[in-house]
Design a protein around this ligand. Structure first.
Ligand code: GAP
Length: 553
């Protein structure tokens, strides 16, 4: 065993190494990290050798310290490009502002976020069904919804630094440049909906919009969906899909893009039963970090309080609205997001959308400050009423309890951008160990690759055969990876960086004992399990039914 010093970013790091024979060659292998000074390294090396001699310390059970690391949005974007999460679209031609391509790892993460959202909001509930509406629909939809008239912004350019951005019309006279504080020149109102022509022959074609939200198709198809799925109030209709907005200033990586995906629900209730949020919803003791319109007007700080208190002080008007805030925050927390980075902010009078009577945003503490992650608006009967009047088709449904026909109201419209959720999970997972190596602590449910399987030595045919058999078996159920190249340490590090929660290694002992090593990404801990039990153990670990520490050796 010998100590070596490595320099990284101007800092010294000491490691303990030993020579081993692998694939017929003698190689030096790092067996322990010894700290940042020579004195500390010598002390730790001595302790390590002593413990090894006593036989009570195996390198494989050494625990690691892994901590969440704060990074900027640009650092996240660079990491995402390097590791195959997200690229600027068609970068070989210079890209296109506001459009992004998801790579092999990123497309898996995005898909897992959407699948988990669907499972939680649709499959796990009796009262919500899903649809998949068209991206291009009849333009009357957008005239009736108010988007053509009201979904407008004013484009402005800073007279001093030429920064371009948009402001709400109501804020135009007081607004200044958000970069340098300079005066603004108005470039006029614009509708941020992309248009296209439907039909290939110009004189026969008609203009249409790319949808700016998924929600409207839920309203136009409302009667069919309610009838087909035999829905009784209260009920919800969910949808995931692409939306497009011709943003004047797409910025901050995925945060504001021109093409993005939304996960939306319209939750309908009887307007005469606004207070009837189910008692078994158990919302009372859930804690929220609240920033109400009044707190903002009075320049106060946000305040943590229970839903019970927020309702009794009438800070949140309706129990249903509180219920949806809890439901949405819980989804993030259950998938590993850090509750400390979330707050809920009420829209002030000036910023509410044309359709909403009350809106709360779930905000996340991004590196650029607290920003909207998800909107939860009370849309009332605005949309069904508007489509009923314009189409002359009744949107009323029978309320069994009263025996009357009623027009349901949307008590809450949880509307979340997939890409913003993607960034939240990445920021909260991004961690480093004492060697400054990235460990992406994504919840196993959303991790792009659930497990990586390695033979310890690639030239040992028997080990390769066993590892490949395990890989083939596991991939029937999950996205897993087989890797035999490089040292075992490199293979672990590669997988830690892309968030693979578990690595399974086949070594010489696996042949006689029919077992393998399973390693936990989050602390480097390793256990031996029988090969026949790998699949079942993995299933329980991914679902959260068991924790790694509960696996019996
Ligand atoms: N149907 C309601 C609606 O669309 P919104 O507040 O305009 O409401 C909802 O959008 C969510 O969609 C936002 O909270 C955000 O997560 C996401 N979103 C909106 N515009 C976006 C953009 N340009 N880029 C990325 N995500 C966006």
């Amino acid at each position: 065993m010998f100590i070596i010093k490595k320099e990284r970013n101007g800092k010294d790091y000491y490691y303990l190494r030993e020579s081993i024979r692998e694939d017929g060659k003698v190689k030096a292998k790092t067996i322990a990290y010894l700290g940042k000074t020579k004195k500390e390294a010598e002390k730790k090396a001595k302790e390590f050798k002593q413990k090894r001699e006593e036989g009570n310390m195996e390198e494989k059970t050494e625990k690691k310290t892994i901590e969440n690391k704060e990074i900027t949005i640009d650092e996240l974007a660079n990491f995402c490009k390097r590791k195959g999460f997200v690229y600027p679209t068609a970068e070989i031609y210079g890209g296109l502002a506001g459009f992004w391509d998801f790579g092999p790892i990123g497309s898996e993460l995005k898909k897992n976020i959407k699948d988990n959202w669907w499972k939680y909001h649709v499959h796990a509930r009796d009262d919500i069904v899903g649809i998949d509406g068209a991206i291009i629909t009849n333009p009357k939809v957008w005239e009736t919804s108010g988007h053509v008239e009201n979904f407008t912004d004013v484009a402005v350019v800073c007279k001093k630094c030429k920064n371009k951005f948009k402001v709400d019309e109501s804020e135009l006279k007081d607004a200044v440049c958000d970069k340098c504080g300079g005066k603004l020149e108005s470039k006029g109102k614009f509708v941020p909906m992309f248009t296209t022509q439907v039909g290939p022959i110009e004189e026969d074609s008609s203009m249409a919009y790319l949808r700016p939200e998924t929600a409207q198709l839920i309203f136009t198809d409302f009667k069919l969906i309610q009838d087909n799925a035999r829905l009784k109030l209260p009920f919800g209709i969910a949808q995931i899909g692409k939306s497009f907005r011709n943003e004047i200033a797409p910025r901050n990586f995925l945060f504001r893009s021109r093409e993005f995906e939304q996960m939306e629900i319209e939750y309908f209730i009887n307007p005469d039963k606004k207070e009837d949020c189910p008692k078994d919803a158990q919302i009372d003791n859930f804690k929220l970090n609240i920033y109400s319109a009044e707190m903002q007007e009075k320049n106060q700080e946000s305040e943590k309080m229970t839903i019970k208190k927020a309702l009794s002080k009438k800070i949140i008007a309706l129990p249903w609205h509180a219920y949806w805030l809890k439901t949405e925050l819980s989804w993030f927390y259950e998938l590993g997001a850090n509750p400390e980075n979330f707050r809920i902010r009420q829209h002030t009078k000036n910023e509410k959308s044309h359709y909403s009577t009350d809106t709360w945003d779930i905000e996340y503490k991004f590196p650029i400050g607290w920003k909207e992650l998800q909107g939860i608006a009370d849309r009332g009967t605005y949309d069904l009423n508007a489509h009923q009047e314009k189409s002359k088709k009744s949107m009323e449904i029978m309320d069994d309890a009263s025996g009357k026909k009623i027009l349901p109201m949307v008590v809450a419209e949880p509307s979340l951008g997939v890409e913003r959720a993607f960034m939240v999970f990445m920021f909260d997972a991004y961690s480093t160990n004492e060697k400054e190596e990235v460990i992406l602590k994504l919840n196993p449910k959303i991790a792009p690759i659930k497990a990586a399987i390695f033979p310890l030595v690639k030239k040992d045919k028997k080990l390769v055969e066993i590892a490949k058999d395990i890989y083939k078996n596991l991939r029937k159920e999950w996205n897993v990876l087989y890797d035999q190249s490089g040292s075992i340490g490199r293979r672990y590090a590669r997988n830690d960086e892309i968030g693979t929660p578990f690595c399974i290694t086949i070594d010489e002992n696996s042949i006689k004992n029919k077992d393998a090593t399973i390693r936990n990404r989050d602390n480097g801990e390793q256990k031996r399990i029988k090969i026949s039990e790998i699949k079942d153990t993995l299933r329980k670990l991914i679902s959260g039914e068991i924790e790694f520490k509960n696996i019996k050796n």
